[in-house]
Design a protein around this ligand. Structure first.
Ligand code: FMN
Length: 178
């Protein structure tokens, strides 16, 4: 896409993907986007685990009882974690990188979806983070923020309607109750 505004208008969460693989070049570009994302004090506190194995994707899709199904049919997923000892705003560091990956994916014509892990629970009382850490042999000192899913789009979503943006959430000069 040749224009950032168009890209932002057209990016929608895509939860269904075709069976087509994503090229290694495109996977690399998406990870490059993450690695170029700004971080507090340039801490680069994030860690990214790329998962392409179908069986592992299926297991990751059970990290919580609802809302994680897109992981199972994604071409690949990126588990986004961060090290709180490197950056107190580690959640923000990780979140910006995740959003950058979504924008890069959209620019490549690929679909993506953010799957929330932090603060969620697997079917029992196990935190989703622990479930993911254990599956991927991660240290428990590395909290997982989200799992980003990627693949060729198998659904069409309408672009954002810019006529329906919540301008009442924008306050000029000072807070104004509406
Ligand atoms: C912090 C965050 C958490 C989200 N968690 C999930 C999730 O667990 N599962 C899911 O299917 N979508 C998830 N989403 C995607 C949102 O549902 C989606 O962005 C929202 O409905 C707006 O739709 P759009 O992205 O198509 O514009 C999440 C998005 C964000 C930013």
């Amino acid at each position: 896409m040749d224009n950032l505004h168009n890209l932002l208008v057209n990016r929608r969460s895509i939860r269904r993907y075709t069976n087509q693989e994503v090229s290694a070049e495109d996977v690399k570009l998406i990870l490059e986007a993450a690695l170029m994302a700004p971080t507090s004090k340039s801490s680069r506190s994030w860690q990214f685990i790329v998962v392409e194995d179908k069986e592992m994707l299926e297991r990751l899709s059970h990290c919580k009882p609802a809302g994680a199904a897109p992981i199972a049919n994604a071409a690949f997923a990126v588990v986004v974690a961060a090290d709180p000892t490197l950056s107190d705003p580690w959640v923000e560091d990780a979140s910006i990188a995740a959003a950058y990956m979504q924008l890069q994916a959209e620019d490549l014509g690929l679909g993506s979806c953010w799957i929330q892990v932090r603060g969620r629970f697997a079917g029992d009382t196990t935190p989703s983070e622990e479930y993911v850490q254990e599956l991927l042999c991660m240290p428990d000192t590395l909290p997982v923020v989200c799992i980003m899913t990627f693949g060729h789009k198998d659904e069409e979503r309408k672009p954002c309607n810019t006529d329906k943006l919540l301008w009442e959430r924008v306050h000029i000069g000072q807070w104004k109750e509406i």
